[in-house]
Write a protein that binds this ligand. Structure first.
Ligand code: C2E
Ligand code: MG
Ligand code: MG
Length: 508
């Protein structure tokens, strides 16, 4: 390059070309130079070519960084991560002068991975664009929305008016995101979780705020999603716990630390046991028995849920087959197994169910699969397809926690489910609050019209059981009858109840 420039300059003395060169410096590293060549052959004092070179390595590095920063996220056209960090730094600096606080919100779509994996990346992208637009439309002026990466958006609130205003904004964002999105012609409900951090009295590095918001976010997810959590110092310990649990959970199946508890289901008219629900627990070597609410979300996020689910399915079927021959011999009953979003959408669920039924020699009609209402994406044909596949095998299907999701009646009509499990929040006041009673009654009637049966969850008092039976609800479960317990304890309950019941029958 240099030689060519020199030749050029010889031929055309007034050219003065500028060139970029890489040269090896004395410390063995390549550095960038910008050089100009001036033809001074006709200057008697010089009579030569002068090469003027400057080291521009640092300037180039800065330019590269700026170029990277200057372009928004290509998919959503929102500012990207580095633009966000820069603005955050500025806001924190200004905040130190004005005394105003700066807040960061971490917004993460719930179950985005499921959408992405099952409907494809194009649909996933479409969803991100749509939700990015919603965030932008909901956010008032000085705030900045950015796509932080993956399915994570961040929001910078440079001057927090008050804590109330901040949480009101978080509420509004959750609401805006929750509205249905049309994907592949279907309305899909997408929810998000938000973690919020705010600058405090002491000087804060942007990194600290990001980290705190991230911790608050994982807390929000753990608490059941579609909610926000504001960071405070006590959450910090939690993140350590989470990391620890995450790695230990991976080995829980191998180390045989999972346990199933069983809760009987009772015929509300006769008092007979007509089934069981298998509920998983994690027997942690030092923390003791951990309930499913505290590790299932984690297991879903880390991808452990599928192997945990397979274990649950196999163990529950094995137990059912055993009880069929022993304590429940001669009685009809079902074994209910819960299936989470990941397991449900994992290809081959029906096949796995079939295999386990064969291996454990269990009749398909004795197995019930329970799926939480909110998994069944509104209007999703995929969910219906998977349910139909399971239906073809001959297992019973239940929609769990009914009333907490968003199913429309028309959607419900198309679902090939056999059972609606009324969420225990409706059962709680059924005998005391007329409105709750009216809801339950309506659900019972709808279920009847659609040919579905009702199971009521969370019956804690005998009055609730009476009320529900009167309304036409056949089956129920709850602490009033029996708490979920390990197999041996449940066997004792079975024996007790079965003898009680046969004495009843003799007496009457
Ligand atoms: P679920 O399927 O709705 O299960 C019913 C939950 O209500 C159980 O909580 C049960 O212990 C509790 N319960 C039963 N009777 C009463 C009552 O009278 N009062 C009150 N307050 N609660 C009652 P648990 O065992 O903590 O399970 C919570 C959730 O975790 C389950 O809700 C289910 O969605 C999920 N889960 C449990 N086991 C599994 C599993 O093996 N796989 C999957 N994917 N999810 C599971
Ligand atoms: Mg259930
Ligand atoms: Mg439930």
């Amino acid at each position: 390059v240099l030689r060519a420039a020199l030749a050029d300059t010889m031929a055309r003395p007034r050219l003065e070309p500028t060139l970029e060169l890489k040269m090896l410096s004395q410390d063995g590293r390549w550095r960038d130079y910008e050089a100009t060549v001036t033809n001074l052959l006709d200057k008697p004092a010089v009579t030569g070519l002068v090469v003027n070179a400057r080291d521009v390595t640092d300037r180039k590095a800065l330019e590269d960084e700026l170029r990277h920063q200057a372009y928004p996220d290509p998919l959503t056209t929102l500012p990207n991560r580095s633009m966000f960090m820069e603005q955050l730094e500025t806001a924190l600096k200004q905040g130190r002068q004005t005394g105003k606080k700066t807040a960061v919100m971490f917004i993460d779509l719930d179950r985005f991975k499921v959408v992405n994996d099952s409907l494809g990346h194009n649909v996933g992208d479409e969803l991100l664009v749509a939700l990015g637009e919603r965030l932008l439309a909901t956010t008032p002026a000085p705030s900045l929305v950015a796509r932080f990466g993956g399915d994570e958006f961040t929001l910078l609130v440079p001057e927090v008016e008050s804590l109330e205003a901040l949480t009101a904004l978080a509420h509004e964002l959750l609401g805006a995101l929750r509205g249905p999105v049309k994907l592949l012609g279907h309305n899909t409900i997408v929810t998000a979780s938000i973690g919020i951090s705010m600058s405090g009295e002491r000087a804060m590095h942007p990194r600290d705020l990001i980290r705190s918001a991230d911790i608050a976010l994982s807390h929000a997810k753990e608490q059941g999603r579609s909610r926000f959590v504001l960071f405070d110092e006590t959450l910090d310990k939690y993140s350590v716990d989470r990391l620890r649990l995450e790695s230990e959970l991976r080995q829980a199946v191998e180390k045989d630390q999972l346990r199933l508890h069983y809760q009987p289901e009772i015929d509300l008219n006769t008092g007979e046991i007509v089934g069981f629900e298998a509920l998983v627990r994690w027997m942690h070597p030092s923390l003791g028995l951990i309930p499913p609410a505290e590790f299932i979300t984690l297991a879903e996020e880390t991808g452990e849920m599928v192997s945990i689910g397979n274990w649950v399915l196999r163990e529950a079927c094995r137990q059912a087959a055993e009880w069929r021959e022993t304590v429940m011999a001669g009685r009809r009953f079902t074994m209910a197994v819960n299936v989470s979003a990941n397991e449900f959408l994992e290809p081959g669920l029906a096949w796995e169910v079939l295999r386990v039924l064969r291996e454990t020699d269990l009749d398909p009609t004795m197995l019930r699969i329970e799926i939480t209402e909110s998994i069944l994406l509104d209007d999703s044909s995929i969910a219906t397809e998977i349910l139909l596949e399971l239906k073809r095998i001959g297992v019973e299907l239940a929609i769990d926690d009914f009333g907490t999701g968003y199913s429309s009646l028309s959607y419900l009509r198309r679902l090939p489910a056999d059972i609606l499990k009324i969420d225990r929040s409706f059962v709680a006041d059924v005998d005391q609050d007329e409105r709750e009673a009216a809801i339950v009654e309506a659900v019972v009637r709808v279920a009847g019209a659609l040919g579905m049966r009702i199971v009521a969850e969370g019956i804690e008092r005998i009055e609730q059981a009476h009320f529900l039976a009167e309304m036409g609800c056949q089956t129920g479960q709850g602490y009033h009858f029996a708490r979920p317990a390990e197999a041996l304890v449940t066997e004792a309950t079975i024996i007790e109840r079965n003898t009680l019941h046969s004495e009843d029958a003799v007496a009457s």
